[in-house]
Design a protein around this ligand. Structure first.
Ligand SMILES: Cc1ncc(C[n+]2csc(CCOP(=O)(O)OP(=O)(O)O)c2C)c(N)n1
Ligand SMILES: [Mg+2]
Length: 882
């Protein structure tokens, strides 16, 4: 039977087969060394390439080239001098570690339900501290690992930016003086810049952030910084790298040559439940992935005290031993002491046993992994920043729960460890040589050496040298003047020409792009659907952004509206990645904060592939206080017609309603759309409100009337009257394209039943709902208030029937505020392909079904007549059961 270590060793030897003729090998290597010495590295690389080509031609199989040995990429010879005061920095990092730990343990002693994490920051502390002391410039954009937030708070406390009171209120936010669990710009708008709590989104967003920084520079909206460009840093967990989003844009980052981007993957080899790759090596796997995608990979695996061991390991036995050790074993070595490590790791081979013969068990215990040695960390970051032309990733090996001793380091359950007894806390204090009394340890008192201590003076000097603190979030930027509504006159006048709201939207966008002040700030974004929405007209006008311009003559170059790519192109054509396009939108929608440069992004996409597909990214955008427009195209379950089940959207408005700062509208007519876009632009860019807009536009062509007098307020608040007569017997409400079915139903009622109905256009059930909730709450608390729905329908005769192209729950949102009988119709069930007419019949939202519903609400007997008259099939099951 083969055991695990045989499998692993054989895998190792497949990559590194035994040397059949060491003498010959040495001769080749010496010749190569001589070449490098005489003619330089570039020439050596050239010859290697030639050799590989030659081997390929001779049909000699290639060795795997994306993996390097399990040791540091930066050799001792290349290592720069450490520029800081290591003694002070060590003391500082120990203090930060203590306060972070005390904060979490204290919160949980008082209220066990609060939760929190210690082990993640314990592994990341040195990676962060070297960044804070030497690398993170004030204007850099740093995405922090969310579960390490306690460490960032703890540092801000020493910096004097967070009070002791706030630290004491960790995870107690409702009173307004607490600290968020993770990085939440919404809840701590002056502190956190990027929400990373939902893992995988941080690394993805960071890539598009770095790309958007380039976009702004290439379009001359930001100054180019040749000498010392701003950097985007993304700290990611090794377990987090399993999220598809973490990997989704690696190739984009390399393709765009984003050398303003540095990933640091904290390879503590563990995630929440257990090892990330117990039976393999996460570092080697990630190295292959990143290198294959075209990144510069820097392995930061071993601390300085390993240098001597590697130097003495002439036969490569140490390296062999490291390669045959799977991560599950490395975790075990992290959780055990020097003696165990000697017995099980080093004593396996006599050569290794000899290598550490002069080291005590304590010495072995103190051997540090690379991510815990500031000198090695500095060398890795330094190499990353100097690398030109490609993004860099630092794969930093650490121990999860570093310094947490028997109750944490390398332990299987360490991720959730947050309750430590006094003995464990004293052990921690001793381990990090903290000058804290037993009494203070028992009380979990925060430790601050005071503003005049060498530690705090050093820390402040370092931050001053780097331009200021990190993280800091800017909440406002310059206010921009937005075009007045009358400049959109042609959209308000109406047109007899039949067109879709999508077409109206594209015309509106084209006009905004030409606006003298705003035009350059508009960012049209598509995920390979510009033609779907008839936006190819913008290709020529605005150009498609490409960092390298256009290196080919486009196939359609002789056409007027050819596919034009340009370095200063304005459109972000992302290709088929809704997650990527949404990340670009997020970067643009927060540029007012990240860069002090307000932008106006419009991301238009198949509405089904928005809230449903990338809903969590939209949630993160909301947390980020985004300002911009999301435009769900070809929207509505029956309006999209032929595309069928996975394309027809009947739910996005329901999901949109759950996001507090999202203003969602489902307009039917061009003037509604123009009114909403104009006011939205004003609110976001001029009044600087932290809201964003979701608009659905559809592809059904029809004529658009002019704006009725006095409709402006109602359009924005969510409903307004379209038709009103004194003798109306009931009220019909419709939204989006289904409004036209509602109008047709009113005509049927008049023609066939002599019943007059008022017709209301509902632009936003979700805004009406919010307004209703507010009024209801005010009344509940003793005030006086009337909702917009109540105000509109006060004194209106008869029952109210509403219909939309979304599930009936959307229209149902306003039920509590509708006086009298209310019937909500919608498109519940699975979408399917057919004509619009057939689909609206199927989902029972066409004119005749709306008329039947209205009659049934008035008088059931009338409805029975109508069912017969209109040939409604009563035998089939409901659409949501089919
Ligand atoms: C999308 C998502 N899924 C799950 C979680 C819950 N979660 C938080 S931390 C964690 C483990 C993190 O492991 P790793 O990325 O290796 O980071 P480490 O704490 O080890 O540094 C999990 C599963 C989350 N925050 N986000
Ligand atoms: Mg991990």
């Amino acid at each position: 039977m083969t055991n695990l270590s045989d499998i692993v060793s054989s895998a190792y030897w497949r990559i590194n087969p035994p040397d059949a003729d060491p003498l010959e090998t040495r001769e080749w290597l010496e010749a190569f060394d001589a070449l490098v010495a005489a003619e330089g590295r570039e020439r050596a690389t050239f010859l290697l390439r030639k050799l590989l080509e030659h081997a390929r031609a001779r049909l000699v199989p290639m060795p795997p080239v994306f993996n390097t040995p399990y040791k540091n990429s930066v050799s001792l010879a290349e290592q720069p001098q450490y520029p800081g005061n290591l003694e002070l920095e060590t003391r500082l990092s120990s203090i930060v570690r203590w306060n972070a730990l005390a904060m979490v343990v204290r919160a949980n002693r008082a209220h066990a339900e609060l939760g929190g994490h210690i082990a993640s920051y314990a592994s990341a502390a040195d990676l962060f501290e070297v960044g804070f002391n030497h690398f993170f410039r004030h204007d850099d954009l740093v995405y922090f690992q969310p579960h390490s937030a306690p460490g960032v708070y703890s540092r801000a406390y020493l910096e004097g930016r967070l009070s002791e009171e706030r630290l004491s209120n960790y995870r107690r936010e409702t009173a307004g003086n607490g600290l968020s669990s993770y990085c939440h710009p919404y809840l701590m708008p002056e502190f956190w810049q990027f929400p990373t709590g939902s893992m995988g989104l941080g690394p993805l967003n960071a890539i598009y952030q770095a790309r958007f920084l380039r976009y702004l520079t290439n379009r001359s909206l930001l100054k180019a910084e040749e000498a010392n460009p701003r950097k985007v840093w993304s700290f990611v967990g090794d377990g987090e790298m399993d999220e598809p989003e973490s990997l989704a844009a690696l190739s984009l980052a390399a393709r765009e040559g984003l050398d303003n981007l540095v990933f640091v993957v904290n390879c503590n080899l563990q995630r929440l439940d257990g090892p990330v790759r117990g039976n393999g090596s996460i570092v080697q796997e990630l190295e292959g992935l990143f290198a294959g995608a075209g990144w510069n990979v820097i392995k930061l695996l071993w601390g300085s005290d390993w240098d001597a061991l590697f130097a003495r390991d002439e036969e490569g036995v140490l390296l062999k031993r490291l390669h045959e050790t799977v991560d599950g074993e490395f975790q075990m070595y992290a959780a055990t002491d020097g003696r165990f490590n000697r017995e099980h790791f080093f004593n396996k081979y006599p050569e290794l046993q000899a290598l550490v013969a002069d080291m005590s068990d304590e010495d072995i215990d103190r051997l540090r992994r690379g991510g815990h040695d500031p000198v090695k960390i500095y060398a890795a970051y330094h190499a990353a920043l100097r690398h030109k032309g490609r993004p860099s990733v630092v794969l930093a090996q650490t121990k999860k729960g570093y310094g947490m001793g028997n109750w944490g380091q390398g332990k299987m359950g360490t991720h959730q460890q947050k309750k430590l007894d006094d003995a464990a806390l004293r052990e921690f204090r001793d381990r990090f040589a903290l000058p804290i009394s037993d009494e203070d340890v028992a009380q979990l008192r925060f430790f601050n050496p005071g503003p005049d201590s060498p530690e705090i003076r050093y820390l402040k000097t370092r931050r001053e040298a780097l331009g200021g603190y990190v993280p800091v979030r800017r909440t406002a930027s310059q206010a921009l003047r937005t075009p007045a509504l009358d400049t959109l006159g042609k959209f308000l006048e109406g047109t007899g020409r039949e067109q879709s709201t999508t077409m109206v939207f594209v015309q509106l966008l084209a006009q905004l792009l030409k606006d003298p002040e705003l035009g350059k700030r508009v960012v049209p974004i598509v995920a390979d659907e510009a033609r779907t929405f008839g936006m190819q007209t913008l290709f020529r006008q605005s150009g498609i952004y490409s960092a390298v311009g256009q290196l080919y003559e486009p196939e359609d170059h002789d056409e007027l509206l050819y596919y034009r790519e340009a370095k200063d192109g304005q459109i972000l054509e992302e290709g088929i990645t809704e997650a990527g396009a949404l990340s670009s939108w997020l970067a643009a929608a927060t540029a007012y904060s990240a860069h002090g440069t307000p932008m106006l992004p419009f991301y238009i996409y198949y509405s089904m592939f928005g809230f449903q597909r990338v809903g969590d990214l939209i949630w993160a955008a909301a947390d980020s206080r985004s300002r911009g427009f999301l435009v769900g195209g070809t929207a509505g379950r029956t309006t999209l017609a032929g595309e069928g089940l996975q394309h027809q959207d009947g739910s996005s408005h329901l999901i949109a309603s759950t996001i507090p700062n999202c203003r969602a509208y489902d307009p039917c007519f061009g003037y509604e759309l123009a009114t909403i876009v104009q006011d939205g632009t004003r609110r976001m860019l001029e009044a600087q409100e932290d809201v964003f807009y979701y608009l659905t536009v559809a592809n059904e062509n029809y004529a658009h009337p002019g704006i009725p007098p006095d409709a402006h307020e109602g359009i924005l608040r969510g409903m307004y009257p379209l038709r009103r007569t004194k003798d109306a017997k009931l009220q019909l409400l419709g939204s989006g394209p289904i409004l036209r079915e509602v109008i047709a139903a009113a005509d049927l009622l008049q023609k066939d039943w002599s019943i007059a109905a008022n017709v209301w256009s509902v632009t936003s059930f979700t805004e009406l709902r919010r307004d209703g909730m507010e009024a209801e709450r005010a009344r509940r608390l003793g005030g006086k208030s009337e909702s917009w729905v109540e105000r509109c329908l006060k004194g209106a005769a008869g029952p109210v029937v509403a219909a939309s192209d979304y599930v009936s729950a959307v229209a149902d949102l306003i039920r509590p505020y509708v006086p009298g009988r209310y019937v909500a119709l919608g498109t519940d069930g699975f979408g399917r392909s057919d004509t619009r007419a057939a689909l609206r019949d199927f989902f029972e939202v066409d004119a005749k079904h709306i008329a039947v519903a209205a009659l049934a609400a008035l008088d059931q007997r009338l409805a029975a007549d109508a069912v017969r008259r209109y040939g409604v099939d009563t035998g089939t099951r409901a659409p949501w059961q089919r």
